[in-house]
Write a protein that binds this ligand. Structure first.
Ligand code: RFL
Ligand code: PHB
Length: 390
């Protein structure tokens, strides 16, 4: 097989890149190790920045998003039994975010890809990258026992944190920066109305809690737990009890418990790989970086990376100058590091750290007090939350 761009991974990064390239007439093939149903069963992000929504609209895949997505003009921070609203619209000249599940974004992009007749190889095994340090790279894999080789101009590594793309780069060619947090998030999904019409990020001596949603009838809640927490020790009733304890009294009263339809623990990590280009291989999305979910930035960064790489490839195919390709890494990393900083600061502000001294705890208290008293501080938070310009 031959294509211009071989894309490894059909998460948001790979699917968006594929759609952006197709819209510009650049053919591409996606190689995905899992089945379509498996990819669609993963429950992850829920908050889309305006820039991400704009990309989906421009691609013509926003019909369901525009109908079912919930625009949010603000969120609340719970702290010491108080609630502080971050009025996104007021603090940013009317900007907002959209609550719409990553699963739905993935489904919309997969459906559009199918309708356009584009090739996606699902359940591909032993994906291997070849010769990306030359002008003739290729990707091989096995599908249903048959070996397939895809010759291409460029490989886009969109295969997430545990993928093969970053792992194929010689260790001395890549710098990796990492912080692993000493806790995880226990998340549940339940078909019950959310306890509040906006998201609540709650800091509490027992640990952080987040109230989110997927619709007016489906809630998504998270609790800070130990990184190695045993999920078997969290029957639903324990989750609901613990959630209520960490929320302000009004929100706690409004929690409607119900049977969970999904329950999982996610570790929290900050990670960046530099650079993002290795000859004809480009890293995109979680393959290149991880943010702790506190700032709701992971999916949105995957979208901005895909957008930057699509622009570089469009320019490259228009005038065949490799300079366009060379700009991708620095351009994407500039936005990535700012989102890393915001996600790290939100995580540091809102979580309980066992090793904190009394002094560090006081610093956290003071940070909240400052946020409460300073519109400028809230404005900085809002500017980052709605998403920095692309
Ligand atoms: P993905 O989604 O992991 O997709 C990578 C794809 O590559 C495939 N793959 C391979 N394919 C072929 N060959 C191989 N060798 C392969 N190895 C892997 C995988 O099967 C998969 O299909 O990465 P991508 O596309 O970069 O997208 C990143 C986002 O998924 C991620 O950043 C977000 O989900 C993070 N995140 C959030 N981001 C937000 O913007 N807003 C949020 O509200 C938000 N909440 C979250 C989150 C992540 C969470 N978890 C579970 C980590 C909440 C949680 C709990
Ligand atoms: C979610 O709804 O899954 C969600 C929302 C906001 C976050 C993280 C996750 O910061």
């Amino acid at each position: 097989m031959r294509t211009k761009v071989a894309i490894i991974g059909s998460g948001p990064a790979g699917l968006l890149l594929g759609a952006l390239l197709h819209a510009a007439g650049i053919d591409n093939i996606i190689i995905e190790q899992r089945s379509r149903d498996y990819v669609l069963s993963r429950i992850r992000a829920g908050v889309l920045e305006q820039g991400t929504v704009d990309i989906l609209r421009r691609l013509g895949v926003s019909a369901r998003l525009d109908h079912e997505g919930l625009p949010h003009q603000g969120f609340s921070i719970g702290y010491a039994n108080r609630s502080l609203r971050i009025d996104l619209a007021d603090l940013t000249n009317g900007s907002k975010v959209m609550v719409y599940g990553q699963t739905e974004v993935t489904r919309d992009l997969m459906d559009a890809r199918l309708q356009a007749g584009l090739t996606t190889l699902y359940e591909a095994e032993n994906t291997t990258l070849h010769d990306f340090d030359s002008f003739k790279p290729s990707v091989s894999c096995q599908v249903a026992g048959k070996t397939i080789t895809i010759d291409c101009d460029v490989i886009a590594g969109c295969d997430g944190f545990h993928g093969v793309s970053r792992a194929s780069v010689p260790v001395n060619a890549i710098n990796q920066f990492e912080r692993v947090y000493p806790f995880g998030w226990l998340g549940i999904m339940a078909d019950v109305p959310p306890c509040s019409h906006e998201l609540i990020y709650a800091s509490h001596p027992r640990g952080f809690a987040l109230c989110s949603m997927r619709s007016t009838t489906r809630s998504r809640y998270y609790l800070q737990v130990k990184a190695d927490e045993n999920i078997a020790e969290w029957p639903d009733h324990r989750f609901w009890d613990e959630l209520r304890r960490r929320l302000d009294p009004v929100a706690a009263d409004n929690v409607v418990p119900g049977p969970s339809i999904e329950k999982s623990v996610a570790p929290l990590r900050s990670f960046v790989a530099e650079p993002l280009q290795f000859g004809r291989l480009f890293l995109v999305g979680d393959a290149a970086h991880i943010v702790p979910p506190t700032g709701a930035k992971g999916l949105n960064l995957a979208a901005s990376d895909a957008f930057y790489l699509s622009e570089a490839l469009i320019e490259y195919y228009a005038d065949r100058t490799p300079a366009a390709l060379c700009r991708y890494s620095a351009r994407a990393l500039d936005r990535i590091w700012k989102a890393e900083r915001f996600s790290w600061s939100m995580t540091t502000l809102l979580h309980r750290f066992d090793h904190y001294s009394a002094f560090e705890q006081k610093m956290q208290d003071a940070e909240f007090a400052f946020l409460e008293s300073s519109r400028t501080a809230r404005q900085a938070m809002a500017e980052n939350y709605i998403g920095l310009p692309l």
